[in-house]
Design a protein around this ligand. Structure first.
Ligand SMILES: Nc1ncnc2c1ncn2[C@@H]1O[C@H](COP(=O)(O)OP(=O)(O)OP(=O)(O)O)[C@@H](O)[C@H]1O
Length: 276
């Protein structure tokens, strides 16, 4: 077994094959023209639970409260952020880097769909290439001054979440789930991954929790009430919200007009998220 050391940093350690080697630093510098206060990752245990919709809604609400917001769409093989904001076309570059698109209320967005020739071209790239694109969206995009950069992650705990956690200065994550998931297990997987990377879990959102009867206003829990709230309490996750199925939001997303929706279900969640 190799000799151990008491150094606080690998750079000052001369012990060959040191067994107490500290974790390698994979961090990537931001673009020189980017000044970003907070980076928040939006994650889910599995696909289709509404992670991109929640990312977009959080961005819209933060922007409405006067914060400067950007969305880095790290869901490279299933990008849906540009569509819900009605963004189409190709981003251009300058000497400073790639200029992100801006939505009609001023949210900055970068997504693989905004660099492809044709947004219907599938992304059939291997993991390291995809991870490289995400890093480029961090260090080559001119984000400028931002209070919050929200990173829409692909579902699960694979290559891209790992790259984001290692390469970007992520302040915390928000986990999106749905009631019919095996919440306890899937949320805990995401929670445990964040713990392993020393990243706090800032919030949990249980999406598609219920529908509201259009005649009597009663909440109907089609998948059962779910365990989101008790899981948030059990894991000491500070912010929790339960979102219903909202038919008008689905229609606005399809029309690229998500910014026209005033989401009243996420107000106190945003309060907690932005608490100093
Ligand atoms: N609360 C909701 N009310 C109505 N429609 C919703 C709601 N949440 C999500 N949807 C719709 O469900 C679909 C899937 O949502 P979304 O793309 O956000 O999921 P996702 O978890 O990001 O999926 P993936 O992991 O595959 O990227 C979208 O059409 C979205 O508009």
């Amino acid at each position: 077994m190799s000799e151990s050391c008491n150094e606080s940093s690998c750079s000052s350690c001369n012990v060959e094959g040191c067994s107490s080697r500290k974790a390698e630093d994979f961090s990537v510098p931001a673009n020189a023209k980017s000044h970003i206060q907070h980076v928040i990752g939006i994650v889910s245990g599995k696909g289709g639970v509404g992670k991109s919709l929640v990312t977009s809604e959080l961005a819209v609400l933060l922007q409405k409260r006067g914060y400067k917001v950007g969305i880095l769409d790290a869901d490279v093989t299933g990008p849906s952020i540009p569509k819900v904001f009605g963004l189409h076309g190709q981003a251009f570059g300058t000497d400073d880097g790639i200029i992100p698109f801006e939505t009609k209320t001023g949210i900055k967005v970068m997504s693989v769909n905004l660099i492809l020739d044709d947004e219907e071209t599938p992304v059939v790239w291997r993991g390291p290439v995809i991870a490289g694109v995400v890093k480029q969206f961090w260090n080559e995009v001119v984000w400028g001054e931002l209070d919050y950069l929200l990173v829409d992650m692909p579902p699960g705990t694979g290559d891209v979440p790992l790259t984001v956690f290692q390469s970007l200065p992520v302040d915390g994550i928000v986990v999106v789930t749905s009631p019919q998931e095996l919440v306890g297990m899937i949320v805990k997987k995401a929670y445990n991954m964040a713990q392993m990377m020393n990243i706090p879990v800032l919030g949990l959102i249980q999406n598609m929790s219920y529908i509201i009867c259009p005649d009597c206003g009663k909440k109907i829990y089609i998948y059962g009430e779910g365990h989101g709230e008790e899981t948030a309490k059990e894991l000491n996750i500070p912010a929790y919200a339960s979102l219903p199925m909202i038919p008008e939001i689905a229609a606005l997303c399809d029309a690229g007009a998500i910014e026209d929706y005033d989401n009243m279900y996420l107000g106190s969640f945003i309060d907690k998220l932005t608490e100093k």
